[in-house]
Ligand binder design. Sequence first.
Ligand code: OAD
Length: 231
Amino acid sequence: MVRPSIVILTGAGISAESGLSTFRGNGGLWEDRRVEEVATPEAFAADPDSVHRFYNLRRAQLRDVKPNAAHHALAELERAWKGPFLLITQNVDDLHDRAGSQRLLHMHGELRKARCLRCGAIHPWDGALDQATPCPSCHQRSSLRPHIVWFGEMPLDMERIELALYLCDLFVSIGTSGNVYPAAGFVQQVGAQAHTLELNLDASQTTSLFHESRRGKATDLVPAWVQEISG
Ligand code: OAD
């Protein structure tokens, strides 16, 4: 028997109840800061210290937060699901990893990694980064950057993602506003066989493109949906 294939996309909304800010809306990270100031290669070239400070703060915050019921429910679904499964997250936090998700792609990078612009090595990184920090591989200074996909850069693992979308039977989008492409376009890249479901607090930019849309908090909606399809 062929088992249905599930692809899940998550955004900042799934981590909101763990205490991490979303990007848009009241109190969002982009409310009092321009994206161009911290999340572009140009910003890093012009003022690396400010960009490092922004991501150092966010990396440090990870120590004070824990995965919530929605992260745990997705990890549990992955363990129980007999068919193909892929969790794609736009989030740079590590809450899916800590909940136990394995078939997981961080398409916008990871806060807890640093990448060397000289030698290309990617290192696990828990502490602060600055221009004086040498790369553990090539020992050059002023060469490490946060392993984050900035605006204008190519998201990671796109070939694998596009294939999984094309083949999936169920596509579920959780806690994302549908403002940032290519992730916002995934709902239109799935094959004709796929059912599409959105789980989000508010209507997103792409709500009308889904077959079904449910409104509420991730910690309520996600465990309930997981129970529904696991049963
Ligand atoms: P946004 O901040 O744009 O959207 C978060 C979404 O989560 C909104 O639609 C909220 O309604 C919803 N939300 C908030 N709290 C929720 C909760 N408790 N339960 C369920 N939903 C909730 O964040 P993203 O869509 O993830 O990229 O943003 C996409 C990308 O834009 C990010 O990955 C980041 C950002 O700029 C980069 O930095 C490259």
